[in-house]
Design a protein around this ligand. Sequence first.
Ligand code: FAD
Ligand code: NAP
Length: 469
Amino acid sequence: MSLRVGIIGAGPSGMAQLRAFEAARAKGADMPEIVCFEKQSDWGGQWNYSWHTGIDGSGESAHSSMYRHLWSNGPKECLEFSDYTFDEHFGRPISSFPPREVLFDYIAGRVEKSDVRKYIQFNTAVRWVNYDEATEEFTLFSQDVKTGESKTHVFDKLVVSTGHFSTPNIPDFDGINTFPGEVLHAHDFRGAERFGGKRLLMIGSSYSAEDIGMQAHKMGAASITLSYRSGPMGFDWPSTTVERPLVTRFEGTTAHFADGTSGEFDAVIMCTGYLHKYPFLPSDLAVSSPNVLYPGNLYKGVVWQQNTNLFYLGAQDQYYTFNMFDAQAWFARDAMTGKIALPSAEARAADIQSWLDAQAALADHDAEADFQTDYVRDLINATDYPEFDLDAVSTLFKDWMRHKSEDILGYRDKAHRSVITGTMAEIHHTRWINAMDDSLERFLNGPSQNMDTNAMATVDANAILAKGK
Ligand code: FAD
Ligand code: NAP
């Protein structure tokens, strides 16, 4: 009987797992019996944008936290697949920070070429998984979210690739229950147009706070206040934006901060991150971790320490994304098929500990980028995933972080060179601050005469909306 492999989730990580098996098949390996379960009607995970918030059209929790006008926040050259380049997909150089739809097109393009869609059961949520120690089999219970029909499946190996940026982490604050304006989590943010002229309070000091804050600035918010717990981001913010320590309490529309200052606000957006949540797994199989570069209990960040038939992809906090998921998927594939022999439990534990120790010593963002570079290199060295210059990617990450420090509104206008093809990215036709149309068509075909200008200026969202009427 051939190996039976279950994959939960067809986002970039699940797609990488499918591609990994397909790449081996193309070289003559046997294809296992694969079923990939995806609760949404299409692949792409976070990149599969939906206007839904809370509950989606099938009564499931809405998965994607992405929003209109979301552009890549890191250079595309840092996430490029080494077996499917941007040049191959687009046939010409494109700029370094594409909007969501363009990256969706890129990741989908690779798997469309591989003919792996047939392995995916769409609109199918995984409800529960059991593991039988005696037979070494997983029993998985799935449900068609449209018809309600449930099914039982049995697998030898199970891959969990359901992401960990979908279940919001929601702290509580005194007085927030009676805040009269809108309160939402970043997971439910779909666009900043409606915040034109409003005074916004963002709680959190990481990527979501920074990017949603700057979206709101772009769309003409009156003010943006970023409230931090551990420390300020310290960027050279536009004049609309300030950073304050953590909110201590709300009183009506007033928020009080730990430094004794206060402010009046129309809306609060919690940019307080996400929880690892695996409601379909018993607790002894589920990752329980904060959002870190190396969650514990996973050998090579992939293999569950207490059950080496269980694999996780993309469970890490992410500098690297698509190409790291590939490196993990190739490793998981070879561990599943026995091509990679896993060492003893003690040796695995020691390896995990060495990464945890290195993680604990990380001093700054540059060191974090190097850490994840070393991690990806470790995986790629173990498989036939096409090698690429990872040190050059780490340098790109550091350039990118420097560009952000220099100009938080302008870093997306920079161009970077592919470490795989050597192609220099194009300077985009419209500066990010002025690009008001994030469609694939506009991205590829030039500026919109109605909306985009070349002048570096914040656009008045209300004026744009009024024009459209
Ligand atoms: P996901 O993309 O989350 O996909 C998981 C899939 O599992 C989904 O399709 C979901 O429907 C499915 N699923 C979940 N539960 C079940 C279930 N029970 N049964 C069946 N299916 C299930 N990365 C970048 O490289 N660049 C960026 O600019 C960038 N921007 C981001 C912006 C936001 C707001 C967020 C939240 C993340 C961003 N990321 C970005 C990181 C992003 O998480 C990764 O790029 C990538 O989407 C992770 O892929 P994944 O497959 O691991 O998880
Ligand atoms: P995150 O990086 O995990 O950061 C969570 C933030 O919430 C941290 O600043 C944390 O503060 C804060 N926080 C947590 N609990 C808190 C509490 N009780 N009170 C106050 N603050 C609290 O999450 P994220 O910023 O949502 O980013 C998640 C992912 O989305 C990342 O991969 C990111 O790249 C991606 N993203 C990308 C874009 C884009 O432009 N493409 C936009 C948004 C997000 P501490 O520092 O104190 O822990």
